[in-house]
Design a protein around this ligand. Structure first.
Ligand SMILES: [Zn+2]
Length: 373
């Protein structure tokens, strides 16, 4: 949908803009949604640092996958069994490649982290990705040990002990039967590949409301508030809040481009805030509240510039110039925990105009509600 809709919302929205954090009720009710039609599947999705989908599988799905295992693989992964020392098929494997979960295919360990421990079980000093292996206390057999499981399917893998080599000092002790090996150069199975996800960065004034807006979009996997395009590393809110460090309050949006395009996100963003205000949004003044789209790669840069140019004549902006800066993203520094999910946690409102943004970008919001305290 093209944003030629004539909306008088700006004035009203701006009037309705409530100084940040001063009201207790959200000023947004998603159109056509109620609690019964709420979709939360996207928000429940978990993506690891290496870009793999680590959303826990349902019990039924695990059982389906486990039904294809050999009796020994089943005993070890589903019944927390242990294979006999020096018997595992992967103990002496010295090939280059990665070790994936035999049940669900999630990559768990890499050959470069394997070492000869002499214990009789394949040993590694660090996992493929810390998000892929979960640890839990195991007090069976009168011992206190730390059990390791696959983060996605919950299969038992082995244990981890604090007597490994540098640099971690950890020894991840595995059952060969819990693992499948994918040799370097072999085709990586679909279930072992990272997701094709993309990241975009948007600065539109106070990040609370901007973050909340993006959280409502189907296909958006995660949204984080932070600081960007400034001059110092690891800035704190206290340091950026006077505008001295050059940072903008921005949000990092991780999304699935198969479900929502970057172009749609840009259009949504330009209607979500007022891109014609220079170094301010609503009641907030200062360069930290400037409007910016920080791009990753030439394609995003081209898309963002195109949409910005297209909207230059949109009725909504009544001839006022869009001052949003479009430039390559510099390091994004996550904001303090208390700034994350602020609107969701507090139910407060912010300066953003959600209905206009959803309409302009033709997005049906998820309808995630805030949780009032
Ligand atoms: Zn698994």
């Amino acid at each position: 949908m093209h944003p030629t809709i004539s909306i008088t919302l700006f004035a009203t929205a701006t009037a309705a803009v409530v100084a940040l954090g001063l009201t207790a009720a959200p000023n947004f009710n998603p159109p056509g949604r109620d609690a019964n039609t709420m979709t939360t599947s996207e928000s429940d999705r978990r993506i690891s640092a290496s870009g793999h989908d680590v959303t826990p599988l349902s019990r039924a799905r695990v059982e389906e996958l486990a039904s294809k295992l050999t009796p020994e693989q089943y005993r070890i992964t589903q019944k927390s069994g242990t294979e006999q020392a020096f018997c595992g098929t992967l103990l002496d494997n010295k090939k280059e490649g990665m070790y994936v979960c035999v049940v669900c295919g999630l990559p768990l360990f890499k050959s470069e982290h394997k070492f000869t421990s002499g214990t009789g079980w394949p040993s590694f000093f660090t996992p493929f990705d810390p998000d892929h292996v979960t640890e839990k206390a195991d007090e069976s057999f009168g011992m206190v040990r730390v059990e390791i499981e696959c983060a996605r399917c919950g299969s038992h893998l082995g244990h981890v002990f604090p007597d490994g080599p540098p640099p971690t000092g950890q020894r991840y002790c595995l059952n060969s039967e819990a693992l499948a090996f994918v040799e370097k150069g072999e085709e990586v199975p679909l279930e072992s590949r990272p997701m094709a996800i993309e990241t975009g960065y948007f600065a539109g004034g106070c990040f609370w409301g901007v973050e909340y807006g993006f959280q409502q979009i189907p296909g958006v996997i995660s949204v984080e508030s932070g600081y960007q395009q400034g001059r110092i590393d690891n800035p704190t809110y206290k340091q950026i809040c006077n505008g001295d460090t050059g940072h903008a309050e921005s949000v990092k949006v991780v999304f699935d481009p198969k479900k929502v395009s970057y172009e749609k996100l840009v259009r949504f963003f330009l209607f979500l805030h007022d891109p014609t205000q220079l170094n301010r949004q609503g009641p907030d003044f200062g360069t930290q509240y400037r409007s910016g789209i920080y791009t990753v790669g030439a394609e995003q840069q081209a898309v963002a510039s195109k949409v910005k140019a297209e909207l230059a004549t949109a009725a909504r902006f009544s001839g006022r110039k869009i001052v949003t800066e479009v430039e390559p993203a510099k390091t994004f520094w996550p904001a303090e925990d208390y700034h994350q999910d602020y609107i969701m946690k507090t139910g407060r409102s912010c300066h953003v105009d959600l209905p206009a943004a959803f309409q302009a970008a033709d997005i049906q919001p998820l309808g995630k509600t805030t949780k009032s305290k």
